[in-house]
Design a protein around this ligand. Structure first.
Ligand code: AGP
Length: 613
């Protein structure tokens, strides 16, 4: 869950590396470092804390001279955030410097082996072990590429490595397994990075490295090799989105920008898949015969993606009458899941990199299930691992807290539900046409929910609710599923202890916690269940809770009789209603976090891509 970048060309490397790292901070931000080939050898500068500290220490990189370099932004796994644990790490000889994204699982054994050889370590990191082992192999054979091959053959786990060698001042070597790495082709300069935004300013032509592949490059040339050391030709891909998509563009935070990008993200995700009043999932093979033979659908995902799957369970079971399980991917592998070739396993992931979800897909395949990914990042590890992938078209999501990632996942889940319901003959023409119309209307309705009046209203509720340190989110059925995501937004960005319960479950225990100083967000947008949820609102209010009720416009007057604060959302088809309901909850979490002075885009202890299990 770190970000790496590398540059070789004729410009000064350090400012380019620091700028590139600034686009990767979402991957980790507890320390950063660079290494540049200077006239006097490898020049390493590192700093604990945000990238800005490294930038200040080097005057934006201008104080570090040299045209070839590598950089790293870290999310600690081995050893606390500190200067000495920051990357790049040097081999014991000081001849090799490397940056690493991933986790070396057999690090302890390798460390012991090296300690026995008399190697000492300056850090607690797995990365330094790799650097030292590479240093030893290099000293033995004097051939950097051979030494790298020998080193990576000994590594278990995941890595994307950027490597410099003091004896080879023009070249960078990059190699990867289970961690993302892209190569960027420039004019008289070349790049590597963990993700496109880091180099998009300089080039839109990239190649995605596959597991085992290596890139050996200088400013003017690159050679790619497969895992066996054979030269290969990589396809050059053009990035179609622009740099502005990866920048804040006048918004105070990426999270707010991404909330506002939801209408476009939804249009991009839904538009091309609705043709002549029908769902068309191009390139996806889910035939009626195959679907009729399924015994169940099983979703695997983490965090918000898991909560999107929670919505899927309700609607697939209701509208397709197909058993649907949802499993946290981190639990899936270890619970001996019941699946076979008649099970469709659907992995949901914005990044496509989440280690738990990736491993769940692999486990599902081992057990004979067919796998389908709902993924945002094209060419990511999960997209490659799954048998088929439907992409959400959210564009780059930078804020650690997902917003447009989640709503586009919901959009794909609706499309899938519609496809399956029709293939299984479970939906009549009118209902289906209603779904299509509701999906077509959705981006505009989300736009309305982002109007200035509504934002001002949510800001004023956020102002009032900011003082609370404890929250409950309650709702029934689909409203409950959406509350889970609302509650997660509040806790991850505003650091407020927040629990989510099905409204009817509250009285079976958690109600004992409710007292003055608690806030309760009640979602009540399902007409048939409205009275019941409002009864629960009455119960928590009677015990001192400060209640915000989110309900439909036509039910708002009734809700106001019970809740101190009411937000009204427009109504749509019940299946699609979750997509409207989540918008005020995202905004509420955001504005409360801002009021509390939290680091909204980079909440403490978290990272955007969780590539460790
Ligand atoms: C969401 O706001 C979180 N940051 C987190 O729960 C996230 O959804 C989860 O880690 C899964 O990520 P993925 O969608 O990239 O797999």
């Amino acid at each position: 869950m770190c970000g790496i970048v590398g540059y070789t060309g004729s410009r000064q490397a350090a400012p380019i590396l620091i700028d590139g790292l600034s686009k990767l901070e979402y991957r980790g931000y507890d320390s950063a470092g660079i290494c540049v080939h200077g006239e006097d050898g490898l020049n390493v500068v590192k700093a604990k804390g945000r990238l800005q500290i490294l930038s200040d220490k080097t005057a934006g990189g201008n104080e570090v001279q040299g045209v070839v370099g590598i950089g790293h932004t870290r999310w600690a796994t081995h050893g606390a955030p500190s200067d000495h644990n920051s990357h790049p790490h040097l081999s014991a000889s000081g001849k090799i410097a490397l940056v690493h994204n991933g986790i070396i699982e057999n690090e302890a054994r390798l460390r012991e082996e090296l300690l026995a050889k008399g190697i000492t370590f300056a850090s607690e990191t797995d990365t330094e072990v790799v650097a030292s082992m590479l240093g030893i192999y290099y000293d033995e054979c004097g051939d950097l590429i051979a030494a790298i091959r020998k080193t990576v053959a000994r590594l278990e786990g995941s890595y994307a490595l950027g490597i410099l060698c003091v004896d080879d001042p023009d070249r960078i070597v990059a190699v990867k397994k289970n961690s993302p790495l892209i190569f960027g082709f420039g004019q008289g300069e070349n790049y590597i990075a963990s993700d496109v935004p880091a180099i998009l300013k300089h080039t839109q032509t990239v190649a995605y490295l596959n597991d085992g592949e290596m890139a050996v490059f200088d400013a003017n040339s690159v050679q790619f090799f497969d895992g066996n050391g054979n030269p290969i030709v990589k396809t050059r891909e053009q990035i179609t989105w622009s740099i502005s998509a990866a920048e804040r563009g006048g918004f105070e935070h990426f999270m707010l920008k991404e909330i506002f990008e939801q209408p476009k993200a939804l249009r991009d995700t839904i538009g091309p898949r609705l043709k002549d009043g029908k769902v068309v999932l191009e390139g996806i093979d889910l035939s009626a015969d195959y679907l009729k033979g399924l015994n169940k659908i099983c979703f695997v995902a983490c965090g918000s993606a898991y909560y999107a799957a929670g919505v899927a369970k309700y609607i697939l079971e209701k509208y397709c009458r197909i058993t649907t399980e949802i499993m946290m991917a981190s639990e899936f592998r270890y619970c001996d899941p019941v699946l076979d070739e008649k099970t469709l396993v659907i992995a949901v992931s914005q990044s496509g990199e989440t280690a738990d979800t990736l491993e769940a897909v692999r486990e599902a395949k081992r057990r004979g299930a067919k796998t389908l990914g709902i993924i945002n990042v094209v060419g990511s590890a999960i997209a490659k691992a799954a048998d088929q992938t439907i992409y959400t078209c959210a564009g780059p999501e930078i804020a650690v807290a997902t917003t447009k990632g989640y709503t586009t996942q919901l959009a794909v889940i609706y499309l899938l539900t519609m496809h399956i319901a029709q293939a299984l003959g479970k939906v009549d023409a009118d209902t289906y046409a209603g779904w299509v119309a509701a999906l077509e209307r959705l981006p505009e309705q989300v736009e309305d929910l982002l109007s200035q009046d509504r934002i001002d209203q949510i800001k004023s509720f956020a102002q009032r609710l900011t003082r609370h340190n404890n929250a409950f989110y309650i709702g029934r059925n689909l409203d409950g599923a959406v509350c889970l995501e609302g509650s997660l937004k509040l806790k991850e960005v505003a650091y407020i202890h927040s629990e989510c319960y099905p409204a009817g479950e509250l009285k079976h225990g958690p109600l004992s916690l409710i007292e003055d100083g608690y806030m309760v967000v009640a979602l009540a947008t399902i007409r048939e269940l409205f009275d019941k949820t409002v009864a629960n609102v009455r119960e928590v209010r009677a015990r001192g809770a400060d209640v915000l009720c989110v309900t439909l416009e036509e039910l708002a007057a009734e809700a106001k009789k019970q809740a101190q604060n009411v937000i009204a959302v427009p109504s749509t088809d019940p299946m699609i209603q979750p997509s409207l309901n989540i918008i005020p909850m995202q905004l509420l979490g955001y504005y409360i976090a801002v009021n509390r002075g939290c680091d909204v885009d980079k909440p403490r202890n978290l990272a955007k891509s969780v590539t460790v299990e």
